[in-house]
Design a protein around this ligand. Structure first.
Ligand SMILES: Nc1ncnc2c1ncn2[C@@H]1O[C@H](COP(=O)(O)OP(=O)(O)OP(=O)(O)O)[C@@H](O)[C@H]1O
Ligand SMILES: [Mg+2]
Length: 211
């Protein structure tokens, strides 16, 4: 089966696109899926993470392409036959680049931090996905253990009929710490709540993608 394409987009900066891309890539790779990650951001944080991995998990089931602009769609076509999943990490504030990456996708995953401003800022990315007729899914990221704000944000999203994943990602030091080490929570903290969260998200998104 040709690869399924997951684009991770959010016009708001710092929402967790690169973190979610890396952690999901490692989680799928750990279950034996062949995963390609594409860094389309000039900041190249995902490429930095990948470089830090060295040999990574010892397999070559995880590969990186650093590419942007119109070349994204030809690169996706190239990767389609050799991988199960292609994950495209988008830059913030770059509508044209995001559009190209969204157009190539089977699903757009949109990390959103639980604050009203972040929910409002998500409308633009949802509109881009709708414009390209690609389904979208919001994942709440940096979620606090509990609190009124989280409930309020969920209510706001429901009111705007935004599609929100059941799985959420908590605000945990382990995410930044593993990124810094070129690793991931499923590799270095397998039994942690953080790893459970990423595996749940991988399962939920995987079902939507059909992988
Ligand atoms: N779940 C989390 N828990 C703790 N820290 C997080 C979490 N997700 C992201 N971060 C931290 O938030 C910051 C921004 O994350 P990240 O770089 O993944 O966002 P981004 O959307 O890719 O940003 P940009 O728009 O600049 O590309 C980083 O310092 C990262 O370590
Ligand atoms: Mg990023």
């Amino acid at each position: 089966m040709p690869a399924r394409i997951l684009t991770i987009a959010q016009q708001k900066g710092g929402a967790g696109k690169t973190t979610v891309a890396a952690q999901l890539a490692a989680a799928w790779s750990a279950t034996g899926k062949r995963v390609a990650v594409m860094d389309t951001d000039q900041q190249a944080s995902l490429a930095d993470w990948f470089d830090l991995r060295g040999d990574g998990d010892g397999s070559d089931s995880l590969q990186l392409s650093k590419i942007s602009g119109w070349r994204v769609s030809t690169e996706v076509d190239k990767l389609r036959s050799a991988f199960d999943i292609v994950i495209i990490d988008c830059p913030p504030h770059a509508e044209t680049d995001a559009k190209i990456a969204i157009r190539a996708a089977d699903l757009v995953l949109i990390p959103v931090q639980p604050s009203p401003m972040d929910v409002w800022a998500t409308r633009g990315t949802l509109e881009l996905a709708a414009g390209e007729k690609v389904p979208a899914l919001i994942v709440l990221n940096r979620v606090p253990y509990r609190g009124r704000v989280l409930d309020e944000v969920k209510r706001m999203a429901a009111e705007e009929k935004m599609p929100v994943a059941k799985a959420t990602i908590g605000n945990r030091v382990a995410f930044a710490a593993t990124m810094m080490a070129g690793s991931s929570v499923v590799e270095t903290a397998r039994r942690s709540v953080a790893a459970d969260e990423v595996r749940s998200l991988a399962k939920e998104v995987g079902r939507k993608l059909g992988v």
